[in-house]
Design a protein around this ligand. Structure first.
Ligand code: GLN
Length: 478
């Protein structure tokens, strides 16, 4: 097997035994990007030179016999809505072209202290709005499993790069499913942690009460290792939680015989692809064989989740995106007779269609005549959705659902119908509204070879149970 095909934990043990070097891994990954990325377009920028320098430094540490972190010398890709000092952050948008980050996001500082090797910034839907990575100003990302298909979104570049072995690890962000859905469609593992577990300082805000940074990896073990490194309280993020960070890796092998897994009936209705349904049903059987008890549950407000999300997320986005005015960040349109015209021209030229649609929706639901009817009501529904989970978690430890109702669809298939596109996240959105953790892991392929993912949801800050359940399935399935 080539080095770029291995997992981070496998590479870490080879590095520690001095059988390989970080420079070798980094070169293999860069070669793969060179060979493959023209057809995939997972990267907005590749940081080859600085990555090799970082790798050399790690190799020196190993030579000197210094202790290294579990991700030291391991290539990682960062979604392009996370700030890294002296590197462009585009958010997949024209409006940020020319913007160079003046600081590091907290997770970047943490990964730097752990000596990870930053291989590049990944492609994404513009400002993380989308489910297919088709709205990026920097071109569409293709699914490595079938290049005529979308990779999912908005962290499509991160998921595709992991699936194509163009990196070992990746970071994404998830506002309504943007880590889990692309992970599912590309056949890799995507973890959205509990809201507040990973600092959002330096993540460009889309919908601040829903956004969460998380991991995209080749297996569950790597997710556990990477999560431990990026999690933790951060005084620079006022929504960051003060909780102890457990050793997720240590609990991976604990038994799941004591486990109660809930299956929500609302997630198995019409609209689900038959092959997806069959694979999820098979996975549930596997969990039974592994000794877990399976219990039917109800999450009665599920049917309102998509509508609820598109009111709250667009409202927050319309406020967050007000800062792109041609003055402080990125591009400024030419012409314009006065300040107001300059703002208007910049936003007209700089934002794509989907972003404009969201800003219009968001300002509408927040406007004085409609605030109570839409935004306020949506906040109440959000509480009901969270309460559904609180009730369910009184009787089960984790909840199992499909990640996405369909496998990857063809490029262009849903671009003309935003509502169809929005339904791609029907199974992932509720977790963001409730703030709970969720993981997507591969559970097989359709007859045409497209990956399907299953989602496991857990209680707030109970990533340990989510990861251990996912790990058990992965082990049993190999
Ligand atoms: N697809 C959803 C949206 O378009 C979720 C995006 C995300 O999680 N960033 O808003």
């Amino acid at each position: 097997m080539k080095l770029n095909e291995l997992t981070s934990h496998e590479l870490n043990s080879l590095l520690k035994k001095k059988e390989i070097s970080s420079v070798e891994i980094t070169k293999e990954v860069l070669n793969q990007i060179d060979k493959e990325d023209k057809g995939i377009n997972a990267f907005i920028s590749v940081l080859g030179e600085s990555a090799l320098k970082q790798a050399e430094e790690v190799d020196k540490k190993i030579k000197r016999g210094q202790e290294i972190s579990p991700v030291a010398g391991i290539p990682i890709v960062i979604k392009d809505n996370i700030n890294m000092i002296d590197v462009p952050t585009t958010c997949g948008s024209k409006i940020l072209s020319g913007y160079i980050s003046p600081y590091d996001a907290t997770i970047i500082s943490k990964l730097k202290s752990a000596d990870a090797v930053f291989i590049g910034k990944s492609n994404m839907d513009e400002f993380a709005m989308g489910s297919s990575t088709e709205t990026s100003y920097y071109g569409i990302t293709h699914n490595p499993c079938d290049k005529e298909c979308i990779p999912g979104g908005s962290s499509g570049g991160s998921a595709a790069s992991v699936a194509a072995n163009e990196t070992i690890l990746a970071i994404g962000s998830d506002t309504g499913g943007s880590i889990r859905q692309p992970a599912s469609l590309c056949g890799v593992v995507g973890l959205k942690p509990t809201y507040g577990l990973v600092s959002r300082f330096g993540l460009v805000a889309f919908a601040s009460s829903l956004d969460q940074i998380g991991t995209i990896t080749k297996d569950v073990h790597d997710s556990a290792v990477l999560l431990k490194i990026i999690a933790g309280h951060d005084p620079k993020d006022s929504t960051s939680a003060m909780v102890n960070i457990p050793d997720y890796e240590n609990s991976l092998n604990e038994d799941i015989k004591d486990l109660k897994i809930g299956i929500p009936e609302e997630y198995f209705g019409d609209g689900m692809d038959n092959e997806v349904r069959a694979l999820i049903t098979k996975a549930i059987e596997k969990f039974k064989e592994a000794g877990a008890s399976i219990q039917k549950i109800s999450l009665p407000h599920t049917e309102y989740a998509v509508a609820d999300y598109y009111i709250i997320a667009t409202a927050e986005a319309s406020a967050n995106l007000a800062r792109y005015d041609g003055v402080r960040f990125g591009m400024r349109a030419k012409g314009g007779e006065n300040l107001i015209e300059m703002y208007q021209k910049t936003r007209k030229e700089g934002f794509g269609m989907e972003v404009k649609r969201r800003i219009m929706l968001g300002t509408y639901v927040l406007s004085s005549g409609y605030y109570d009817a839409y935004y306020l009501k949506a906040q109440k529904v959000r509480t009901l959705i969270k309460q559904d989970f609180d009730t369910a978690f009184k009787s089960v430890n984790v909840i199992l659902t499909p990640t996405s109702p369909t496998p990857a669809f063809k490029i262009g298939e849903k671009t003309s119908n935003p509502l169809h596109m929005y339904l791609s996240d029907i199974f992932t959105i509720s977790a963001n509204l409730a703030g709970i953790p969720g993981i997507s892991i591969p559970c097989g392929k359709t007859s045409s070879g497209l990956p399907v993912g299953l989602q496991l949801l857990g209680k707030h800050f109970d990533e340990t149970t989510v990861l251990r359940t996912a790990h058990k399935y992965e082990q049993a399935n190999i």
